[in-house]
Design a protein around this ligand. Structure first.
Ligand SMILES: [Fe+2]
Length: 388
């Protein structure tokens, strides 16, 4: 018992509250940044959120540069273009403002500012973690969606020009020094994106809870993250200006990403190729595949699913654990339906004949290796079929 050494750490400082972006100059000062590069995408650039961040910087007399060209699925050129501005303007820190993409580019910029090789050199599976000799300049993250949790994560996912596919850059040096969670930054997010990104957060919590790695602290965080999603995701989706729901969903998203330092599961392996091959939104892809994966995991994750049913308000004490676990699957399906997400990959334009190739890619993805129940490629193929 306990013969394997474990280590637990939760180092990101989170600044939370309505109007928290006004605290940005203080956060920059505390982290020693004098001239940041603000990294964002054209969509956010056109919103009042961008204006509020710029006015916070101006009111703090902070000189800054802007790169607003991040793509929805960020590409290496975004990083190179942003890094060129960073270097020529002598910036000494990056602020990622946006969804996971802008945050991931901001993380890559501080590394590439000091790395003369190609981005592909830094790929995690190719030994990149050894080539990243931090500390790098500080990264500050201001998420405008409540889903990926990249603001507390230590990875960045960028499409490598050289390799023609998404690569994961992973290093403790990529952990933002500050995550500024301001519910006012997410009020403009439309219902579909609120629901889809929220389902990403929900899936992070559930997959990390049910994966077999030992991390009881992450388990506790995952359980509360699930509870927050159940209580607030529908409210945030239905009424975008509900600051309480928006705030708790931002917290839930960060909790999901903190929890998944433990690991993820098969839903994420199924979701990743659906995004790279068909451009399906990552959170939506998770929502569409999660029920089938839960049924597949039903016995292996039974105590966790029974507990999830309790979080949904199911009277679990009147049931066997197996009955409660099965009820959790239908509760998740009903929640997805209430969020207005149409069920089935077919409804979202995914052709059935693509499944063998998708299953092959999903099997190459590492997330399923920590699924509650081991998966073969044939299992992943069957899970696509069941999600169709
Ligand atoms: Fe995810």
């Amino acid at each position: 018992m306990f013969d394997q050494l474990s280590s637990f750490s939760f180092p990101t400082r989170i600044v939370f509250g309505s109007g928290a972006v006004r605290n940005l100059p203080v956060c920059l000062d505390e982290t020693g940044v004098h001239k940041p590069l603000l990294v964002t995408d054209p969509g956010v650039r056109a919103t009042p959120v961008f204006d509020s961040v710029v006015s916070a910087l101006k009111s703090g007399n902070v000189p800054f540069e802007v790169f607003a060209g991040v793509h929805g699925n960020p590409v290496e050129q975004d990083v190179l273009d942003a890094t060129a501005i960073y270097r020529s303007a002598n910036c000494d820190g990056a602020i990622g403002l946006g969804g996971g993409s802008a945050l991931d580019v901001a993380k890559a910029v501080v590394v590439m500012a000091r790395h003369d090789g190609a981005l592909a050199d830094l790929e995690w599976q190719a030994g990149g973690i050894e080539r990243m000799k931090g500390p790098y300049d500080p990264i500050l993250a201001i998420p405008t969606t409540a889903g990926t949790g990249s603001e507390v994560g230590r990875s960045s996912v960028i499409t490598s020009h050289e390799l023609g596919r998404k690569i994961i850059i992973f290093s403790p040096w990529l952990m933002p020094k500050r995550a500024i969670l301001d519910p006012e930054t997410t009020v403009g997010l439309p219902p579909f994106l609120t629901a889809a990104t929220g389902m990403d957060a929900f899936t992070h919590c559930l997959e990390s809870l049910t994966c077999p790695s030992f991390h009881p602290i992450c388990d506790a965080i995952a359980i509360h993250g699930l509870e927050l999603c159940i209580r607030y995701l529908e409210r945030a989706t239905r009424q975008g200006t509900d600051i309480e729901a928006r705030g708790y969903m931002l917290i839930a998203a960060s909790m999901g990403a903190i929890a998944f330092q433990k690991d993820l599961g098969a839903t994420h392996s199924l979701a990743h190729p659906l995004s790279t091959e068909f451009g399906l939104h990552h959170g939506l892809a998770n929502a569409l595949c999660l029920p089938a994966v839960m049924r597949f995991n039903l016995e292996a994750a039974q105590p966790h699913y029974a507990r999830l049913a309790g979080l949904f308000g199911v009277p679990v004490r009147e049931m066997t654990e197996a009955q409660a676990a099965a009820k959790a699957v239908s509760e998740v399906e009903c929640m997805i339906e209430r969020l207005g997400i149409e069920r089935g990959l077919r409804a979202h334009g995914i052709p059935r004949e693509s499944f063998p190739a998708l299953a092959h890619k999903a099997f190459e993805d590492s997330c399923h290796r920590t699924n509650a129940r081991p998966c073969a490629e044939a299992d992943l193929l069957r899970l696509y079929e069941e999600s169709w």
